[in-house]
Design a protein around this ligand. Structure first.
Ligand code: ATP
Length: 201
């Protein structure tokens, strides 16, 4: 089984996340993609309209429901606190020893990937599938993909077509549309989440 793994804050999820997940499934021919929202530190004060971890998990379930093979998992939220990607991947590898894994990231994360905790060990479990977030990232992302390949021999797949420029920050501060399916938008409205986000007409 080919399993893509996609972690993030998803606070909130947005169309860029959905696109990256669906591209991973299509381009890699993945059988499934695990969406793994990160836990928010219990010591951090919650912003007005910020969902609880359980709420964000539910919102992710509604948001990613249309992506074939998507399974939203609570691995990191259940563990609580800061989770390192390498630990999450090792636990998945133990749970599904026969699976082949890919890690899905955006180009901003690719560019800083060699600063990640135990990044080489991450690559020994799962090569990278990276999606360009912004045309301005192209050169740096290509250079980083090449550097990682040269240094480790692990192949980096970089998808560069038509980047979708949207961020959770933009949705939170009201400068970008999340572009989520109706059920997810309803959930946000019903629970009065992300009060500054652009209201959908
Ligand atoms: P924030 O604005 O709060 O920093 P974000 O929009 O970057 O959030 P995250 O939840 O931090 O969203 O991202 C999770 C993963 O999805 C990261 O690997 C990130 O690079 C990737 N990603 C986020 N937005 C996009 C996008 N528009 N296109 C492709 N990948 C994306």
């Amino acid at each position: 089984m080919l399993t893509a793994v996609y972690g993030g804050s998803f606070d909130p999820p947005h169309a860029g996340h959905l696109r990256a997940a669906s591209l991973a499934v299509k381009e890699l021919g993945a059988d499934r993609i695990f969406i793994i929202p990160a836990a928010v530190s219990p010591f951090k004060k919650r912003r007005r309209g910020q969902p609880t971890d359980a709420g964000r998990l539910e919102l992710c379930r509604l948001a990613f429901s249309g992506i074939p093979g998507a399974e939203v998992r609570d691995d990191e939220i259940r563990r609580g606190g800061t989770s390192y990607t390498v630990d999450t991947l090792e636990a998945l590898k133990n749970e599904y020893p026969d699976d082949t894994f890919f890690l899905v990231i955006g180009s901003d994360q690719l560019i800083s990937f060699r600063k990640w905790h135990e990044w080489r060990r991450i690559l020994s479990i799962s090569p990278l599938f990276a999606v360009l977030r912004d045309a301005g990232d192209l050169e740096a992302a290509l250079a980083e993909a090449r550097a990682i390949e040269d240094e480790t021999g692990s192949r980096v797949t970089l998808y560069t077509e038509d980047p979708l420029v949207v961020s959770s920050t933009g949705v939170r501060d009201g400068t970008a549309d999340a572009g989520l399916p109706a059920a997810a938008e309803e959930y946000i409205k019903k629970h009065r989440l992300y009060p500054k986000r652009r209201a959908k007409k």
